[in-house]
Design a protein. Sequence first.
Length: 242
Amino acid sequence: MKCIIIDDEPLAIEILSGYCEKLDFIDLVKTYTNPLDAISDIKEKKIDLIFCDIEMPQINGIDFMGTLDNRPFFIFTTAYSQYAVEGFELNAVDYLVKPIPYHRFIKSVSRVQDLISKKQKTIMEANVFSSTGDNSVDKKFIFVKAEYESIKIDLDQIEYVQGLKDYLKIHITNTNKTILTLMSFKEIMSKLPSNQFLRVHKSYLVNVNYIKTVQRNRIVINDMRIPIGESHKEAFFSILGL
């Protein structure tokens, strides 16, 4: 896991650097006292995680996070707890209040490690499906069983899929039509292109092409508000680059 530290306080950098050196899975690439100096390295060195102070003279850490496209995971470090809500609204992984205990540091970086593993797994699955052709982007339709027949459904017409105990309800665009099928999410996800359909909740799978707006805890698809589950949130926002 490649990480950098951004903090205008040398002592804070020294403490975090010491923590990072204790863990084999963390590669501390560089430290910065000015966040603006880190921008090119973030892009070129494929940084996974940024420890970032909030109150800095050059630019506020939260504002700095908002300037980055396809940003890495962020853990904010600061002496001021009033910024926590704003940081989480930007989908920061964690918010550590100085002085930072080592056990809190461990908890935060372990969470990032889990999120990176989930993200890599999703990418690998997408590549496997694409190479085998079973779940590739070129696939245009699927067949699902409904009552006593198999129904052909164009993939581009599926807005989202809703789980109802042992059944799935497939919502079709531009109609009031839904298709009820006896399938599990695992079964239908094996048929759908994973770069187009994402699991966002234990009860919902969405077609990213129909997402109208994304908020912290929900997605809006044609006026339908779909919750984003806590266990899917970080991976979902990361995959979308938000």
